[in-house]
Design a protein around this ligand. Sequence first.
Ligand SMILES: Cc1cc2nc3c(=O)[nH]c(=O)nc-3n(C[C@H](O)[C@H](O)[C@H](O)COP(=O)(O)O)c2cc1C
Length: 289
Amino acid sequence: MSRPTPATTAPWKATFQAHLEKVGGSGAEFTLATVSAKGLPHARTCIFRGFWATLPSNEHNELPKNPPIYDSDCPTFTTDARMGKTHDIFATANGGGNLTQSHSGSGGGGPVEAVFWIKETMTQWRIRGKCWLIAADDIEGGQQAQNSGTVTVKAEVGRYMRAKEGSGRAEKNKDWSWRLEIENYFENLSPTMRGTFKNPPPGQPLQEGKDDKAGEGLGQKAGHLSDEALARRNFRVCIITPEQVEAVDLSDPTHCTRQVWNLAEEGRGPGGDQPSESFGEWNLVETWP
Ligand SMILES: Cc1cc2nc3c(=O)[nH]c(=O)nc-3n(C[C@H](O)[C@H](O)[C@H](O)COP(=O)(O)O)c2cc1C
């Protein structure tokens, strides 16, 4: 079932963003849950890197930038294509993707839940939706032909990209480069963090060694993504397209609240038949905490 592009900012975003600012904004830690091909849960800590299409500026990043013509409600993080979460996200997508596909380029679409505990506001946020992974090399022509994963990612994530008021999406979107956005995510990381994408395969036993010829090794630094073939093969920007968002506010122990927002056409949340208040494309249901 296709969903419309939400025309306005999600009703939960301003509060979520204000809470994130209290714990460092982009740089905030959260727990990401995925489901493996065998149906098992996996959770791990990740770092929030901003909302898709509005990458925060970084004084060390001097790359050219995309024009600021889009906005979205999609939290992003970065990962390595060789990590377990990448395979989970491919394997549990509609149509499923195998390990080779998850290593090779853009795609995904499996279900995830991102949990942010913001102690400063005593609020737990749970963002549920699908996760899409973008590689620099196949997202825009580049070195490899576009595969069907790339086309799907652009269509699915594109639905969540709102043209900012007055930006004239139709004329300007040709100036907005997906590849440049990925390069900027990489450039926003420290040189040492960039170097981790040249690590030996994460999760592989030490005794299986590493690919010295390809340049794999721990503790390396890296420069621009466009100059780093090995890092480029492994680096992914991950975009969560939210469908249900839940905020549990425990700041007043005598009056805890729980709010659940569902994207209108995905409204099968825990609120069920209860009366719901419609906010644009999102429906809000208040439940007992
Ligand atoms: C503070 C902290 C931040 C982390 N940030 C990320 C991140 O943004 N992306 C990521 O893939 N892994 C991140 N990790 C590592 C993951 O927690 C995990 O160990 C790794 O991704 C492998 O997990 P997987 O095999 O389940 O994919 C972070 C770990 C810590 C402790």
